[in-house]
Design a protein around this ligand. Structure first.
Ligand code: FDP
Length: 330
């Protein structure tokens, strides 16, 4: 590939049609990801593994690294003069940086450390982010940030695994970069990532089977039945309990990921958060040729009513997502 191995900045300047304001913000986000990666890798020396003895707005126990990762994102994103507001999984309120946000200013949504239950056992975790642009000058109110995923101008994640990777879309395909130790650069190693339309691999937390509604129960039963079942295919299952790692696998070799609405999470509307988990992953997967659905409709078209809203998530290989939607219709 001609543009392979370019640095992040080179690729963004030469191959992506984005303006300088967005480029500067993306570089600040990349710096935040480098900093979080460093905290994750050196956590055992700095005594930052384990619980923080606090809970976030969702009532979930925070890890020390959840809090540290949030501080890194808050600090680095605030460097960019066009950022009006930050919406973090770890913070109850929208964090407004501008008193009079203008048209063209950015709102950045992020989950600073996704899959953090994996940190203490040394498995892959990540950071997820999404960027929208205000279409007009506005008051700094919660409603100003409640935009559907179709309005995202950029989405991405960093994965802290055997290597640190940064995967990003600005609506011009999906491109993966690897952190080069030594120079500290992110370099383009996975240009034009695509999700194959067909798959025989699914990811779901099957310990929740008792809560599943009928469409998901029937779909998984048909997969498990293998070659003798109605699908006539041998399926494989993977679940890392880290959405970033599961989505990264799907962007690399295909598959389908489900965290559906079930009777155990219906009072909260699902488990995963719409604005800083489902929407950015939905945009990436769609840009890579896959599909992202609630089971009954496109995730990116869900109109949020609160910024910590949760949603049912089914995403990955397009033909398999369409198949799961037919289970819901039937
Ligand atoms: P976590 O709570 O550890 O941050 O964001 C929610 C998430 O992880 C996803 O990354 C992951 O896919 C899912 O929750 C794991 O849920 P289970 O605990 O039900 O496996």
């Amino acid at each position: 590939m001609a543009h392979s191995q370019k640095t992040f900045r080179q690729f963004m300047l030469e191959d992506q049609d984005i303006d300088t304001d967005l480029l500067m913000l993306l570089e600040d986000i990349a710096t935040a990801c480098r900093a979080v990666s460093d905290h994750v890798r050196n956590g055992a020396f700095a005594n930052v593994l384990g619980a923080a003895n606090s809970t976030n707005v969702q009532g979930e126990e925070q890890k020390k690294l959840d809090v540290i990762a949030d501080e890194e994102f808050m600090r680095h994103c605030a460097n960019s003069p066009r950022v009006a507001a930050l919406v973090s999984e770890e913070v109850d309120e929208v964090h407004w940086l501008k008193e009079s946000p203008q048209a063209g200013d950015f709102v950045v949504y992020f989950d600073p450390l996704d899959g953090s239950s994996n940190v203490d056992v040394n498995l892959s975790v990540g950071s997820i982010f999404s960027i929208m642009r205000l279409s007009e000058a506005t008051l700094p109110s919660d409603t100003a940030v409640l935009r559907p995923g179709t309005e995202q101008i950029c989405a991405g994640y960093a994965i802290y695994g055997p290597s640190t990777g940064l995967v990003i879309t600005t609506g011009q395909g999906v491109h993966g970069f690897t952190h080069e130790s030594g120079t500290g650069e992110f370099r383009l190693t996975h240009p034009d990532m695509t999700v194959p339309p067909k798959t025989v691999e699914y990811a779901i937390n099957s310990a929740r089977e008792t809560f599943w509604y009928e469409p998901v129960r029937r779909y998984i039963a048909d997969c498990v039945a293998g070659k003798d079942g109605p699908r006539k295919e041998k399926f494989n299952m993977r679940w890392t309990a880290s959405m970033v790692a599961d989505v990264h696998r799907i962007l690399t070799r295909g598959g389908v990921f489900l965290y559906p609405l079930d009777s155990g999470n219906e009072t909260t509307g699902g488990k995963l958060r719409l604005m800083y988990e489902a929407n950015p992953m939905g945009m990436l997967i769609e840009q890579a040729g896959g599909a992202a659905s609630t089971g009954t409709g496109r995730i990116l078209e869900v109109q949020p009513t609160t910024h910590h809203q949760r949603v049912s998530v089914i995403l990955g290989s397009s033909e398999e997502v369409a198949k799961i939607e037919t289970y819901h219709r039937n």
